[in-house]
Design a protein around this ligand. Structure first.
Ligand SMILES: [Fe+2]
Ligand SMILES: [Fe+2]
Length: 184
């Protein structure tokens, strides 16, 4: 694997960890019990998932697809549409938390979890390997450096570590301490 897709896969590990916990909250319908952490969940979805992770894919990875790769280009168009859909779910969840509408919260969290689990698998199984096959190592290094600057300038140098710590904290909080970590 290339550096850039490897680091995006690492983000997927953090995302999956939070999505699995959210799936559990949907199952248990335990919103009241975890009401105080939901604003942080919203912040994670808006900033880590949408602005940071989807932002990096759209700004740095997807534009490197060679013009002749028609299938890959088509897959990218689908993935970008899926990013917009994920953002819509995140907005609806934010709204559900703000208005404390548990139906809106449960429905949209359930949809987001299924949607993103599918989206991540598609990237891991098909799209990232396709990029690895055509990516020039110099381009790989260059987009890696650009995306590091993107993170530091927009989210702060400790953002990745902070979000990883949040994923662990949320998991301990909802699933109980001592559950084996299955993050990245
Ligand atoms: Fe994506
Ligand atoms: Fe992704």
């Amino acid at each position: 694997m290339r550096i850039f897709t490897t680091l995006l896969s690492y983000d997927h590990g953090i995302l999956r960890q939070v999505l699995d916990v959210l799936g559990e909250m949907v199952e248990r319908n335990s919103w009241e019990q975890h009401r105080d952490v939901l604003p942080e969940v919203v912040d994670f979805l808006q900033r880590f998932m949408d602005q940071y992770h989807h932002g990096k894919e759209e700004r740095y990875l997807f534009p490197t697809a060679p013009p002749g790769e028609a299938d890959l280009k088509e897959q990218i168009d689908d993935l970008v549409r899926e990013h917009r859909q994920a953002k819509d779910y995140a907005d609806a969840i934010e709204e559900g938390v703000a208005r404390w509408d548990l139906d809106v919260l449960r429905d949209n969290t359930g949809r987001l979890v299924a949607h993103m689990q599918h989206h991540i698998l598609e990237e891991e199984d098909m799209v990232f390997p396709a990029f690895d096959g055509v990516m020039d190592p110099e381009v790989d290094m260059s987009i890696h450096e650009q995306s590091q600057r993107f993170m530091e300038e927009n989210f702060g140098a400790s953002f990745q570590a902070d979000m990883e710590a949040f994923a662990n904290k949320l998991q301990d909080r909802v699933m109980g301490k001592g559950v084996i970590k299955y993050g990245p």
